[in-house]
Design a binder for this molecule. Sequence first.
Ligand SMILES: NC(=O)c1ccc[n+]([C@@H]2O[C@H](COP(=O)([O-])OP(=O)(O)OC[C@H]3O[C@@H](n4cnc5c(N)ncnc54)[C@H](O)[C@@H]3O)[C@@H](O)[C@H]2O)c1
Length: 330
Amino acid sequence: MKKVLITGGAGFIGYHLAKRLAAEGYELVIVDNFFHSAHDDDLQALLAVPNVRLLEDDLTQSRVWEKVGSGFDEVYHLVGINGTKFFYEIPHEVLRIGVSTTLNVLEWFRSENNKPGAKILYTSSNEAYASALEAFGKLPIPTPENVPLVIADTYNPRWSYGGQKLIGELFFIHYAKAYNFRMSIVRPHNFYGPRAGYEHVIPEIVGRVAAKIDPFPIFGADDTRSFCYITDAVEAIQTVMESAHTDGGTYHIGTTHETLIADLAEKIFSLMGWRPQKTDIKNSPEGSVKRRLADVSKIKKDTGWEAKTLLDDGLEKTIEWYLAHPKVPD
Ligand SMILES: NC(=O)c1ccc[n+]([C@@H]2O[C@H](COP(=O)([O-])OP(=O)(O)OC[C@H]3O[C@@H](n4cnc5c(N)ncnc54)[C@H](O)[C@@H]3O)[C@@H](O)[C@H]2O)c1
């Protein structure tokens, strides 16, 4: 049975990945400090599975890595501060936590006694290249992996997130070369689904529909995103980890289907059976890109993976979960 570590494993992607790997019989260690995740029923059910262990601690602290142990076959490095509001509110923490946990995991991985041929995977982000558009006025869409990583404006706190992902990619590439270990990098593109927190566009729209807010605010209505359902997403992440052809490579994960935010809101109105009398179209936050669409031909070519879930089907499951788990007011 493979032994797997997931850093940030109680968060959105980590939880769904852990659930998938636990169902396949892997021995799992999840580490999380619950900065952005909860000890909820879903997590308790996961922790009830034999061979799943939780270590609740702060991965910026190097002493924690002694408790993590050794003998791993696979390490998924997911920890980080995700959620656009945090990029604007606490950019210094986004940077500190992103960079220090990445350096810590690499130092631990290269020196700890993990299994021969053990592999580590880094979750970067589309935000590492997104500001190329702002800086140079152009970005190929769909966007392939080999575009330059760019920070358009170091004074815009939004790019704290893209900046630490850029640094993280460099660390992974050059540590793996220097210390001769296996690694891959993935860049998720707008994953969605149950248990994704409350700061993303889909849970925000669902929450406002549930509250029947009218006029109904829609932020960045003419922006587009390609939404990838979480079960497809974690299948892709595991495939990149385990495929023979992905070592040393960087992979975009997403769908080829581009959706206008205004159309997304319409779909949610229709799935939830309520529509406001009036919509109130608002600007998206400063630095937000107009179009985001990954070129996912590389992951398909190297592993055969492609997203399967239709947006309507994924939205239906997501809405059902959020209606059963409404946001608790602050
Ligand atoms: N969800 C997406 O669409 C998306 C897109 C691009 C990149 N990513 C990247 O994928 C990774 C996972 O994203 P997610 O959506 O699951 O985010 P998430 O916020 O749900 O999960 C991150 C987890 O890390 C934990 N954490 C934060 N600081 C910690 C610390 N110091 N020590 C231990 N745990 C800590 C949080 O509590 C949280 O559970 C992140 O690195 C994120 O930047 C996600």
